[in-house]
Write a protein that binds this ligand. Sequence first.
Ligand SMILES: Cc1cc2nc3c(=O)[nH]c(=O)nc-3n(C[C@H](O)[C@H](O)[C@H](O)COP(=O)(O)OP(=O)(O)OC[C@H]3O[C@@H](n4cnc5c(N)ncnc54)[C@H](O)[C@@H]3O)c2cc1C
Ligand code: FES
Length: 267
Amino acid sequence: MPSVEKALVIRHREIAPYYYELEFISPSIAREVLPGQFVNVRISNSLDPLLRRPFSIYDVDKKLGSITVFYKVVGRGTELLSQMPIQKRLDVMGPLGKPFSIPQHISNAYLIGGGVGIAPLVYLARVLTAHNIKIKVLMGASTSGFLSGKDMFGRLGVDYLVSTDDGSEGLKGRVTDLFEQQLSITDCDYIYACGPEPMLSRITHLALNNGIEGEISLEGHMACGVGACLGCAHQVKVGESHRYAKICSEGPVFKIGEVLFHTRNEG
Ligand SMILES: Cc1cc2nc3c(=O)[nH]c(=O)nc-3n(C[C@H](O)[C@H](O)[C@H](O)COP(=O)(O)OP(=O)(O)OC[C@H]3O[C@@H](n4cnc5c(N)ncnc54)[C@H](O)[C@@H]3O)c2cc1C
Ligand code: FES
């Protein structure tokens, strides 16, 4: 059951230009939240911006009762959020959305994140590791300075590989190229991915062609965040037909092959 809390901001830092980590105390959300779920943050007490902004759960400290989100400044809301000082209170609603599942049969999983799409994969990595599932993280960014989560994955003792568009670190190319390369080397029986739609479209294509199951998390636009409007509707397949699903309540996590993409898959 989602709750609304006035969460105390205890850490807020810019880790690269435009990229921030924000930690706040929110015991009821921290207690309930599962990997893949998100929080909806009210950015200001005024009417601008009017709507809450959704952010994936980057990490959770159950003992402290804290949640960390990782975000990129892209517009008015995130710009205002980036100015939030520590010791102030933030209006947060959550946990929201459908979490990633952890099927019993999986033993080797790939976690694939593009840009801020890495955000929901850190907490997921923590939980999968606790389930003794072997994981490999593939993360991509435009350039080396924007690769986030490396420290977190390093601390968890998780294998990770990186790609950058400009070749400043790891494979020069996209994270989908890295995935394709790895598929020819290592076995994997499940995929979890989050990132821009062209990336998810390509991952879906590769996964289906290789007979690998998995889940993707969409980060589409949202309005109410709780299933009350149609601001987040996205086409999903139903047999030979399709329907509109609400990303906020039926997602953001969907099975690979379920989502209909209109973007050309990259690569
Ligand atoms: C379930 C979910 C989880 C998310 N998790 C994260 C996260 O962990 N970290 C993070 O940085 N962002 C995340 N996002 C995206 C984040 O919510 C948006 O970047 C944010 O709401 C933008 O607000 P803004 O006011 O700064 O930008 P706006 O002024 O609203 O928009 C600025 C520009 O960004 C574009 N934009 C806005 N929202 C999105 C979006 N969802 N996807 C693509 N482009 C968008 C707009 O079209 C516009 O061009 C998530 C979105 C969803 C739906
Ligand atoms: S954002 Fe309103 S229904 Fe999803």
